[in-house]
Design a protein around this ligand. Structure first.
Ligand code: CA
Ligand code: CA
Length: 711
């Protein structure tokens, strides 16, 4: 955002969307050139058509600062600037208020003023000639109140004097006293009520408390469900718990906004909310009682990964047991500080991990069913540039682990860049130098104290332009200057060692400007303990596990719904349970770490995966009577771990009887082609298609149907 202001001549739309500062920067203001010769300061100046001025100043943390703004004899002469300070970042808060004015500065008869009171923290400061606006801040903002009960509200007036007047919006919505004591009305269903606090001096300014009024418990009626998560935006996957105070009641819920009935999905355990918008509507049911009122919450879940790359959310801190089966890599921690273990589940958390990050109160467990070749010593988010997912390329500004700017981004195998195949996953980063502006990749990374070395893979772009040389910095320490070879193939780079203190440090890849357009590709960035064994020049794909000989045939299709073995969490092959599952397939129950939709049959389904270098296989060997048959089954794709569509094929012996793609996260019916077999043993196989990125299908309710008349 700041670079756009410095480099461009007009404010960027994204900037307005991101910021409350728009109140002081009307959309049609012009940008006045601004200069600073300090690395610690960035500034931008705007002028409205009415001749009002706003200065934005970002001051790095470090030392106290004194700053003089000099307009060089131009207006503003005789103006007063009011100062509003954001410590740390400009952030939206619930009341959408901006900080109150913390000082004012007059240019007097001249056209400059000095602020000698900028403290050592990271500050974003607005100086504006627009007078401070009256604002009203209300607390609590979104309380939940039971019908007939009271809730005390409070309000304060910012940048004006006097108190507020309270009112309830709409009729039949309860009452509020002059002191802000709100009493909720009687309701049969949950209801949202707005209560307004208006400034007495400036009645156009007001704050709103949005109150959720819930029905009171009533004899003869089940109590309403309670949700463990408030509605709203979450950065990444969450697990939602729903409870009701009515003992023995069952909770049923829908995800399509419809009213829950006795045939809606039964709540049996935490619902994993994954990327996208989720509306959960729930009600409690108990024989002999009226069903409870329906209660809904809307959630918007982002895809910002909080766990290490390739890991999915498994459980919150405080979970007593990690419910998964088979062997998996488990990460525990937050904010980039994790400990890792390869474990066989289910496993008790007692004494399992030391605390990787005492400063965080949002530690979680994450799981990867692909065992990593090396547990990371330092967690870099999006280290392989697989996010954001693109089918071609994406240029910044993007933030996804890395901050990508206007001359950097991610590109996928086969894009117009014609880069060599990505050495990790299917995407790489790129940096470009063009028209005097050169790309950078920046990430703030949380370190444990230690000695480290950095490795990454780089390649040139022989199909177009020049080779971009670049420098790599750890904070302000230059780790090296590099230039990929002209062949276009990826080469491994390992830097000299460097020392990191505990805490956040900045890793920066910074292109060096070239006269002609030039490009470099970067992938597979790792920070490893100094002196680690060398990485392979070209990473090897995972070997396929051995497949056992066919056993004796079954007499008819068995375990069609994958209800055996009965599991508490997913179990990956190789194992045999009527079906044989290889190392990229298995069985899992509702609520497993794969976060599947509910099984259409029973409580479990199969899963079939394709990963880089491996494909799932599910096989059953059985005795057929001579005749013509087909197979029907239900399948869905996985919503997590990228949520990619998954393709697989179905065979009878070596004859393909269908090729399918799961493109929906809801189960859909599928049917194979019909096939004719001789009497005797034949093998049905489900086989994942080759893929370079993990994709998964869930399969259930397989039926073998005889199509011709049997005697
Ligand atoms: Ca990659
Ligand atoms: Ca089933």
């Amino acid at each position: 955002m700041w670079d756009s202001l410095v480099l461009g001549t007009k404010p960027y739309k994204r900037y307005y969307e991101a910021s409350l500062l728009t109140r002081y920067i009307p959309a049609n203001s012009t940008v006045v050139t601004s200069n600073t010769d300090s690395e610690d300061l960035r500034s931008a100046v705007f002028k409205t058509a009415d001749g009002e001025y706003t200065i934005l100043l970002e001051a790095k943390a470090g030392t106290d600062k004194e700053v003089t703004f000099d307009f060089g004899g131009e207006p503003p002469v005789g103006k007063t600037f009011y100062k509003h300070v954001y410590q740390a970042d400009v952030q939206l808060e619930g009341n959408a208020v901006i900080p109150s004015a913390s000082g004012s500065f007059s240019t007097g008869a001249g056209s400059s003023f000095t602020d000698s009171d900028i403290d050592a923290e990271h500050n974003v400061i607005v100086y504006t000639t627009l007078p401070p606006q009256t604002q009203v801040e209300v607390t609590p903002l979104e309380p939940v109140v039971t019908a007939g009960q009271a809730q005390q509200l409070a309000a304060s007036v910012i940048d004006n004097t006097g108190g507020v007047t309270w009112s309830v919006i709409g009729s039949g919505n309860g009452a509020v006293t002059a002191e802000g004591l709100y009493t909720a009305p009687a309701v049969d269903e949950e209801k949202l009520v707005a209560v307004k606090a208006s400034s007495v001096q400036d009645p156009d300014s007001y704050g709103i408390a949005l109150i959720r009024v819930q029905p009171a418990p009533a004899a003869g009626r089940a109590d309403i469900p309670q949700f463990s998560l408030e509605y709203g935006k979450y950065a990444f996957t969450e697990a939602l718990t729903i409870t009701t105070a009515t003992e023995g009641a069952e909770i049923r819920y829908t995800t399509d906004g419809s009213a829950p009935t006795l045939s809606s999905t039964l709540y049996t355990g935490p619902i994993f909310l994954t990327t996208g918008t989720k509306k959960i509507t729930a009600a409690a049911f108990k024989g002999g009682l009226e069903p409870s009122a329906n209660v809904f919450r809307l959630y918007k879940i982002g895809n910002v990964s909080a766990g290490p790359d390739g890991y999915d959310f498994l459980a919150y801190d405080g979970a007593e047991e990690l419910s998964f089966t088979g062997t998996a890599s488990i990460a525990y921690g937050a904010d980039g500080l994790f400990f890792y273990k390869t474990l066989t589940g289910p496993v008790s958390t007692a004494g399992l991990f030391e605390d990787p990050n005492p400063a965080s109160d949002d530690k979680r467990y994450y799981i990867s069913t692909l065992i990593q070749d090396e547990e990371p010593a330092v967690t870099i988010y999006n280290a392989g540039f697989e996010m954001p997912v693109t089918s071609a390329y994406l240029t910044g500004p993007i933030t996804n682990g890395w901050a990508f700017d206007y001359r950097s981004g991610v590109q996928k195998n086969g894009s117009a860049f014609a880069a060599a195949v990505a050495p990790q996953g299917t995407q790489t980063a790129f940096m470009i130098s063009r028209s005097g502006i050169t790309g950078e990749l920046i990430q703030d990374i949380n370190f444990r104290e230690g000695e480290y070395e950095l490795s990454f893979r780089m390649a040139s772009r022989p199909s177009y332009g020049d080779i971009l040389p670049f420098q790599v910095y750890f904070d302000d320490q230059l780790l090296g200057t590099y230039q990929p070879n002209p062949s276009g193939s990826f080469a491994l780079v390992t830097t000299e060692g460097f020392t990191a203190s505990a805490g956040y440090h900045t890793l920066r890849f910074s292109g060096i400007e070239t006269p002609q357009e030039s490009t470099v590709f970067i992938d597979d960035v790792r920070i490893r303990p100094k002196g680690s064994p060398p990485l392979p020049e070209n990473p090897q794909p995972n070997p396929l596990p051995e497949e056992p000989e066919l056993g004796p045939p079954l007499e008819e299709l068995s375990n069609e719904g994958f209800e055996a073995p009965v599991l508490a969490a997913h179990r990956k092959g190789p194992f045999t349970e009527s079906w044989y599952f290889n190392g990229y397939a298995g069985v899992h129950p509702n609520g497993s770490a794969f976060q599947p939709p509910p099984a259409p049959e029973g409580n479990q389904t199969a899963f079939l995966q394709s990963v880089s270098g491996g494909q799932g296989l599910i096989r059953q060997h059985l005795e057929f009577k001579e005749g013509t048959y087909n197979l029907t089954f239900q399948a869905a794709k996985r919503s997590t771990s990228g949520g990619r569509d998954h393709s697989f094929k179905v065979f009878v012996d070596d004859t393909q009887i269908g090729s399918f793609t799961t493109a929906s996260t809801a189960f859909q019916p599928f049917v194979t082609e019909s096939f004719t077999v001789s009497a005797g043993a034949h093998t049905i196989r489900f086989v994942g298609a080759a893929a370079t990125q993990e994709a998964t299908s869930f399969i259930d309710d397989v039926n073998l149907n005889r199509l011709d008349a049997s005697e």
